[in-house]
Design a protein around this ligand. Structure first.
Ligand code: TYM
Length: 340
């Protein structure tokens, strides 16, 4: 039996933060032993909002280096850069031509990002989820490990594959049964870490685009900065920490981070911190964060010291990804009736 396929990616926009790690990359690491895994740096997605060309290549390399630093092993997983595999753009075009405009207009992330950009919204921003569908469908992915915020985009990818391609264009076998053109993927969203919230507002998610740096912990933040951000994190005047109180979203989030990163789990963390004041808890959380990120930061520095190694990983990844992606693209082109 071939192993089930996994594909996921992160945008190289600025620094990766705790949400990207806990919601996505941490889960990828666990899957690489049991699954056939493909992890890409989605640089074409990064230009759907205004970007700095002087920064894009560096951010792309740095994101790939962080994948490796977080524990992605290039001898097990295929690590590559989206724009270096041309099939992503080409399948995106084919999918664009069968995707109804109103499916894209109702995407929550599009609406949120569009509000911030006023009349500068690009066609690319609207099309973002179709490119994401192409990323996933090109690799016949069975599973897509992502944070909670990507659920709607995954549903769209499933609908495009099922309703717009397979239902309309599947060729028939000798018995007249349709042979699906594209595999319909499943999201993999873990309960813990799937929605890490902002340090300055427990009701909005931790995000790269929040102008307030203090709202997030970046994976490469030095220890002093982590301690400072935790110290300034929003809290409430109530004594003791607890889960599940809707009036205390910040407490829920910070305790959740401690439970996950200390490895103690929710029950043990909740009883340990039930009577703690913030003056005791915050240094404990800061220390836990620093220790959890230390090995990632050390490995990242090792990869940065040897850029040739990263180049080799990405070249090898590009070749492996290209072979798989091109086969799916050819199959889709044929189903849509293009001249070979
Ligand atoms: P991006 O770069 O915005 O996010 C990358 C991953 O991090 C997760 N994430 C979070 N998880 C928990 N809490 C948070 N606060 C948080 N913020 C972000 C996201 O859910 C995501 O898993 N559109 C994708 C990139 C993409 C992609 C793909 C993913 C492009 N093509 C194909 C999977 C498969 C995105 O959200 O990137």
């Amino acid at each position: 039996m071939p192993r089930a396929r996994v594909l996921s990616g992160v945008q190289p926009t600025g620094a990766l933060h705790l949400g990207n790690w806990l919601g996505a990359i941490r889960n990828w690491v666990e899957l690489q032993d049991s699954h056939d895994t493909f992890f890409c740096v989605v640089d074409l997605h990064a230009i759907t909002v205004p970007h700095n060309p002087a920064q894009l290549a560096d951010d792309t390399r740095s994101t790939a280096a962080l994948y490796l630093a977080c524990g992605i092993d290039p001898t097990k997983a295929t690590v590559f850069v989206q724009s270096q595999v041309p099939a992503h753009s080409e399948l995106c075009w084919l999918l664009n031509c069968v995707t109804p405009l109103n499916w894209l207009e109702r995407m929550i992330q599009f609406k949120e990002k569009a509000v911030k950009q006023g009349d500068q919204v690009s066609v690319g921003l609207l099309d973002y989820p179709v490119l994401m569908a192409a990323d996933i469908l090109l690799y016949d992915a069975d599973l897509v490990p992502v944070g909670e915020d990507q659920k709607q985009h995954l549903e769209l990818a499933r609908d495009i594959a099922q309703q717009r391609i397979n239902a309309r264009f599947a060729p028939k076998d000798a018995e007249g049964e349709p042979i699906p053109v594209l595999k319909v993927p499943e999201p993999l969203i873990l309960k813990e870490g799937a929605r890490v919230m902002s340090l300055t507002d427990g009701r909005s998610k931790m995000s790269k685009s929040d102008p307030n740096e203090g709202s997030r912990i970046n994976l490469l933040d030095p220890p002093e900065l982590i301690t400072k951000k935790v110290k300034r994190a929003k809290t409430d005047p109530v004594m003791g920490l607890e889960f599940g109180n809707p009036e205390r979203p910040e407490t829920d989030n910070l305790l959740g981070l401690y439970a996950l990163l200390s490895g103690k789990g929710r029950d043990a963390a909740a009883s340990e911190c039930a009577d703690m004041g913030w003056g005791t808890f915050k240094p404990l959380l800061a220390e836990t964060l620093v220790e959890a990120l230390r090995p990632i930061q050390e490995r990242y520095n090792d990869f940065n010291a040897d850029p040739g190694e990263l180049d080799r990983v990405l070249k090898d990844g590009r070749e492996r990804a290209n072979a798989v992606a091109q086969a799916t693209l050819n199959r889709t082109r044929a189903a849509l009736g293009f001249l070979p």
